[in-house]
Design a protein around this ligand. Structure first.
Ligand code: ATP
Ligand code: FE
Length: 339
């Protein structure tokens, strides 16, 4: 079974080939146009997808070393994401499926992030997380704790009621004058700072839900007050600010994850999404795993951010269950993980 995966939900155009669960290629074209705007500009994103998609797919097939007629099905991200961006991938998948005479498989981007842990690579030792496990999905648009019962059976047991963790990183980075997305810049600077230098507001929510908008406001007001005293405050204290902010975000994330693990009695833990690349979060996860005897799974870097390998592997599992979709498929900007 050979699956061609297509991902175009946000600002990365990606294509990948997975054969019998093994990754043969994973090409990602990141869009640089958005950096100057401090965020993703939807109109520019869909235009860049249109330019990238054909060469990216060609390269994925070439690098996989397969013939086009070996492809069993084309899997594409149906949502959630930017509608204009999703339309490019969806339309491409329809054309490819028609011309090759192969079925199409619609993929939920969030399920893709969760199933990134099931991508096998040749000559790389592989251990799959067992079921049920808990996945901390932390990305630009989502912060959720997911109870993963099977490859395609998931239940959200906690989620953010406002901003996502990645959004908190990016918005606070923007306030400090960093380019978009600011998460990786904060991660880098945080390594040189004191995480206990400053304290910011943490939410008081009793269930497993998250909230990050209070932290963002607290960070903003703190900086505003400090800047009145010293206009160079940010420049002079950037590393400490980054370290303290990052620690607060990690504390919030870990607190609910520990709670979820205790409540469910599950010690098989995975992390997914762009923010799972954060070195501080990875360290916190490792420390907690040591302490609580968790079996922890951290994705390799290329599988943390948006990529088509995770779409293709999800397509592989849907193929095995015969879950296909017709030419009338339409993308959805908003979708929850079970749709
Ligand atoms: P979603 O998957 O919810 O639709 P998305 O696809 O836009 O959202 P991802 O690509 O998974 O999100 O992740 C992007 C986010 O990850 C950005 O907010 C970015 O700042 C954040 N990020 C990436 N690397 C790091 C890092 N090292 N530390 C903190 N945040 C990071
Ligand atoms: Fe994503």
């Amino acid at each position: 079974i050979t699956i061609l995966g297509i991902e175009s939900s946000c600002d990365d155009t990606s294509a990948a080939v997975i054969q019998n669960g093994y990754l043969l290629s994973n090409i990602i074209a990141s869009q640089k146009v958005h950096e100057a705007y401090g965020g993703v500009v939807p109109e520019l994103a869909s235009r860049a997808h249109q330019q990238n998609i054909v060469p990216v797919v060609d390269q994925a097939i070439r690098q996989a070393g397969i013939n086009r007629d070996e492809i069993s099905a084309v899997a594409f991200t149906r949502g959630p994401g930017l509608l204009g961006s999703l339309l490019v991938g969806t339309s491409f998948a329809k054309g490819f499926s028609l011309s090759a005479g192969i079925p199409m498989i619609d993929i939920n981007h969030l399920q893709g992030h969760v199933l990134a842990h099931f991508i096998k690579e040749k000559e790389v030792e592989f251990h799959a997380p067992r079921f049920p496990h808990l996945c901390l999905l932390v990305s630009g648009g989502n912060s959720q704790i997911i109870l993963v019962k099977d490859h395609l059976e998931m239940e959200v047991i906690g989620q953010t009621i406002d901003d996502a963790a990645g959004e908190a990183f990016d918005k606070c980075a923007k306030v400090m004058g960093m380019p978009y997305p600011g998460g990786p810049y904060i991660d880098r600077l945080a390594k040189e700072g004191n995480p206990l230098a400053y304290q910011f507001a943490k939410p008081r929510i009793k269930n497993l839900d998250y909230s990050f908008s209070g932290l963002k406001t607290s960070f903003l007001y703190f900086l505003r007050d400090q800047l009145q005293e010293n206009e160079n405050f940010i420049e002079e204290n950037k590393a400490d600010l980054c370290a303290s902010l990052q620690k607060t975000i990690i504390d919030i994330l870990m607190n609910k994850l520990v709670k979820a693990a205790k409540q469910t009695g599950i010690r098989e833990i995975t992390v997914a999404g762009g923010v799972s690349a954060n070195s501080g979060l990875q360290n916190a996860l490792r420390a907690e795993s040591e302490k609580r005897h968790w079996n922890l799974f951290i994705p390799k870097f290329a599988f943390t951010m948006d990529n088509a390998a995770m779409i293709a592997i999800t397509g592989y599992y849907k193929f095995l269950k015969g879950e296909f979709i017709g030419q009338d498929a339409v993308p959805f900007a908003r979708m929850n993980i079970n749709e």
